[in-house]
Write a protein of this length. Structure first.
Length: 250
C-alpha cells in the first residue's frame, strides 16, 4: 500500500483534466478544488495536484468570475480591465450574468462599465449593475427585459429592492457621459432589441401548431408600417403577426 506522501505513477483525472497526483485511497467524489485551483481530498487533506481546466478551457465557456479573478488567464479583450477586482464584486456580478445567460462579449462590456462606474460613483452596486447589464443587453440587441435584469440582480446581490431603470438612468447617466461610457445605440439596433424582446416573450407561450419563424418574419415586415417609438412599433408588430398566424393576442 502506498503512503499518502508518495507520488503516484499514474495520472489522476479530475473534471476532465489529467494532472499529476499524490496517491489517495479515497473516492474521487471526495476531491474538491480550492480557490487556488489545488485539488484536495476533503477527507484526508492530501493535495492531489493542480486543476488546470480553467487555463485550457475554450474561452467561450468561461464565465465572468473565471475570466477576471486572480489566478486565471488574462482576458484577451481590449476593453477588459487587467486589474484584480474585489471578489465580493466579481462573484455576484458573474452570477447575474449567468442567470441572464449573456454571451461573453456582452458580459465583458457590462463588467467594464460596472467597474468604471464603481470607482467613480457612490451609488449602490445593484444600481450600477442594473445600468451596466441593461445598456450592454440593448447595445447587442439581446432580449432581456427590465424585470429579468432586476430579478437576476436581486438574486445575485441579495437585495430586496432595486429602483426602476428610469430612476437608475436619471442618476447614473451624467457620470457615465463624463467617463466616456456610451449607453445609447443606433436606431437599427434599437429596432432589433425590441423585436427580439417581444418575440422572445411570446415564443415561450406559443402553441406547437403556431409557426414561430413565420411570426418572426411577419413581425419584422410589419414593424416598418407601425407608428410610434421603436418599442411601441415592435409590440404592435408582434401582436398583429401573432393574430395573423393563429397565435392569439397578448
Amino acid at each position: 500500500m502506498m503512503r499518502s506522501g508518495e507520488l503516484s505513477l499514474k495520472q489522476n483525472r479530475f473534471n476532465g483534466t489529467t494532472v499529476p497526483s499524490i496517491a489517495c485511497l479515497h473516492s474521487k467524489d471526495d476531491h474538491v478544488v480550492t480557490e487556488n485551483y489545488e485539488i484536495v481530498c476533503k477527507r484526508c487533506g492530501v493535495v492531489l495536484g493542480t486543476d488546470n481546466l480553467q487555463e485550457v478551457t475554450n474561452e467561450s465557456t468561461l464565465n465572468l468570475f473565471h475570466e477576471i479573478e486572480p489566478g486565471t488567464q488574462p482576458v484577451k479583450a481590449e476593453f477588459t480591465k487587467r486589474t484584480h477586482e474585489p471578489k465580493s464584486d466579481v462573484s455576484p456580478f458573474s452570477n447575474a450574468c449567468d442567470k441572464l445567460g449573456l454571451p461573453r462579449y456582452c458580459y465583458l462590456e457590462a463588467w467594464n462599465t460596472y467597474s468604471r462606474l464603481r470607482h467613480s460613483t457612490t451609488y449602490s452596486k445593484a444600481e450600477i449593475a442594473s445600468f451596466a447589464l441593461f445598456t450592454a443587453s440593448k447595445r447587442y440587441s439581446i432580449p432581456k427585459s427590465e424585470k429579468e435584469i432586476q430579478d437576476a440582480i436581486r438574486m445575485a446581490f441579495k437585495v430586496k429592492r432595486i429602483p426602476t431603470m428610469l430612476k437608475v438612468f436619471s442618476r447614473i447617466k451624467l457620470t457615465a457621459q463624463s467617463l466616456g461610457i456610451s449607453y445609447s445605440m443606433d436606431e437599427k439596433k434599437s429596432e432589433c432589441y425590441y423585436l427580439n424582446l417581444y418575440l422572445s416573450r411570446e415564443q415561450q407561450n406559443l402553441e406547437p401548431k403556431v409557426d414561430f419563424d413565420l411570426v418572426r418574419k411577419k413581425a419584422r415586415t410589419l414593424f416598418d408600417a407601425m407608428s410610434g417609438t421603436n418599442e411601441a412599433k415592435a409590440r404592435k408588430a408582434v401582436q398583429i403577426a401573432l393574430g395573423r398566424c393563429g397565435g392569439g393576442l397578448f
